[in-house]
Ligand binder design. Structure first.
Ligand code: PNS
Length: 165
């Protein structure tokens, strides 16, 4: 069984991420969406909610998807899943720089790794989780960029008076 790990913060999952998962399912038997919990982007906020939103959004693509979290090194998680494949989406040249730095670092940690870098579908190439959060926080409509369950969650989350991130 060919398994690929799709790591990220998914804060929140966007149509761009979903498109990457859908296309990866055409290349691999199983896609594991892996929420990193130790990055500098503070992804631990609402981690369980974000994972649940991800499950619901990806439900339409069937049962060959798993949504999990990992807290250590990505390379260790990949090995524990008995695979060597890591999936990332690329939107821009800036993404490319960032990805290559991570990719090289991870390949030094485990030279067996194979990266699959999929260019984001052009219709979603401008969509980022950061912008989606910003628009939602300022009361804008994000339904064009994220699954309805995510849009509803964000609308509710940012309406709540005691939330700021
Ligand atoms: O979507 P993001 O925020 O760019 O995802 C970043 C993520 C989670 C893929 C990255 O921070 C990661 O792999 N973290 C796990 C810790 C680790 O292995 N660090 C060394 C990577 S060079």
């Amino acid at each position: 069984m060919r398994i690929i790990i799709y790591p990220g913060s998914f804060n929140p999952i966007t149509f761009g991420h979903m498109n990457i998962v859908e296309r990866a399912l055409g290349l691999f038997d199983k896609v594991v969406v892996a929420f990193g919990t130790a990055t500098d982007k503070n992804p631990d906020v609402f981690l369980d909610e974000r994972m649940e939103l991800c499950r619901q959004a990806l439900n339409q693509y069937g049962t060959r998807i798993e949504v999990e979290k990992f807290s250590g090194l990505l390379v260790d998680f990949v090995r524990a899943k008995n695979t060597k494949f890591i999936l990332r989406g690329l939107r821009t040249l800036m993404d490319y720089e960032y990805e290559f730095q991570m990719l090289e670092m991870n390949r030094h940690l485990d030279p067996e790794l194979e990266y699959v870098l999929l260019p984001t579908a052009s219709k979603w190439s401008f969509v980022s989780s950061t912008r989606v959060r910003e628009i939602a926080a300022l009361g804008g409509d994000v339904s064009e960029f994220v699954h309805p369950v995510v849009a509803q969650f964000l609308a509710k989350h940012y309406r709540s008076p005691h939330t700021s991130n």
